[in-house]
Design a protein around this ligand. Structure first.
Ligand code: ATP
Ligand code: MG
Length: 363
């Protein structure tokens, strides 16, 4: 019995296809490195609805609460479009995020040299880029009350409230500082303290939390200036922490500095569990991609890199995460590409399974 427990939820569409490649890598760690995982595989999303009439059973939810990490493929697909809102595949994922209280969403923007031409920016701006955006995920303007559309005089008014409590800021700031400690000890916090009260409080609390992390170099930036700096010279950053709305915009912007949807991993972290590890869910940024599902065309790298994040953040295996990322880098440097990474004709793309095999071989 190992103390590394992992719940694998392949889900729908290309989810099972890309997850099958991650399973090869998990197996490789066991046989080649003696690093074993106690893996349970289960259903989430449309496939869970088909089997149980719900996109996430209570049993699967309970299992997710108790493991060290959950690794998810993707959920949803056209087959489920007409389902009632309460049982839609996406509700399975939302329930996981909500009940695990995953308040810190980590989105890396990492540019593999071999793909630097893919960026809309100049190659020297993005080559070697490796930054991480931490987005607060459970509060802010997405949830603040009051909200709604009201009548006022002879017109309607749309209202949302940006609201952050000290404890909400404190916990996401701590996640970001912990992350900075595992990386390059550099953190930039972004808000709009010049025009927003929540931003004033955000800056105050982040500064206060920073006193517990004297080794981390903390800076603050207004989010609009941050967006500009991210496109001008992104390598000036290492970890960025920001609120839900700014994080939504900035993480999409940062991710697209670097290339294809098929390459982007993510992690969502919650509070530390009894063993000190944070509750965690890892998943590729992409969805179930019904247009290519079942054809062996999907790029498994986003899911593979999500597992690398799990190695680093849930299992304290940073060196092994580096090893896996280097293997991906080598495969790309060797010119191996799935279809989504190819523009030109005449090059034969690798299938999902061939890409997974190539990464295992590089390992
Ligand atoms: P969701 O609503 O679930 O986020 P989406 O509408 O954002 O889904 P995706 O499922 O992410 O859409 O797919 C968007 C496009 O990117 C599709 O054309 C899909 O084929 C392509 N795509 C997504 N993931 C991959 C992948 N891993 N490999 C290759 N192509 C992909
Ligand atoms: Mg999407």
């Amino acid at each position: 019995m190992t103390d590394r427990s992992l719940l694998v939820l392949p889900g729908d569409g290309i989810g099972p296809e890309v997850m099958a490649e991650v399973r090869k890598i998990i197996d490789w760690y066991g046989t080649a490195r003696g690093i074993t995982f106690d893996v349970t595989e289960d259903l989430v999303g449309g496939c869970a609805y088909d089997a149980h009439g719900t996109p996430l059973t209570d049993a699967t939810m309970a299992k997710a609460q108790e493991v060290d990490a959950v690794l998810l493929g993707a959920v949803g697909g056209p087959k489920y479009d007409k389902l009632d809102f309460s049982v839609k595949p996406e509700r399975g994922l939302l329930r996981l995020r909500k009940e695990m209280d995953l308040f810190a969403n980590l989105r890396p923007a990492q540019c593999f040299d071999a793909l630097a031409d893919f960026s809309s920016l100049k190659k020297d701006v993005v080559a070697g880029l490796d930054i991480m955006i931490v987005r607060e995920l459970t509060s802010g303007v997405y949830f603040g009350e009051p909200r709604g559309i009201i009548e006022e005089g002879n017109e309607r008014v749309g209202i949302n409230t940006q609201r952050y409590t000290e404890s909400e800021i404190d916990r996401v700031a701590r996640s970001a500082f912990e992350l900075a400690m595992k990386r390059n000890k550099k953190l930039c916090s972004m808000e709009k303290a010049n025009v927003m009260e929540s931003g004033v409080l955000w800056r105050e609390v982040v500064t206060e939390v920073g006193k517990d992390y004297p080794e981390v170099e903390l800076s603050h930036m207004y989010a609009d200036a941050g967006a500009m700096q991210l496109t001008r010279w992104p390598k000036q950053f290492d970890v960025i922490v920001t609120d839900n709305l700014f994080g939504d915009l900035l993480s999409d912007l940062a991710a697209m500095l670097t290339g294809s949807l098929g390459m982007l991993p993510s992690a969502s972290l919650g509070a530390p569990m009894a063993n000190g590890r944070p509750k965690a869910l890892y998943e590729p940024v992409h969805g179930s991609a019904p247009d290519i599902a079942g054809q062996g065309k999907a790029n498994p790298i986003a899911c593979i890199l999500s597992f690398a994040m799990a190695l680093r953040y849930s299992f304290d295996l940073g060196d092994e995460a580096d090893r896996l990322e280097k293997a991906v880098e080598k495969v790309l440097a060797d010119g191996k590409r799935t279809a989504d990474l190819l523009g030109e004709e005449g090059v034969t793309p690798l299938s999902t399974a061939e890409m997974g095999d190539a990464v295992v071989e590089a390992l």
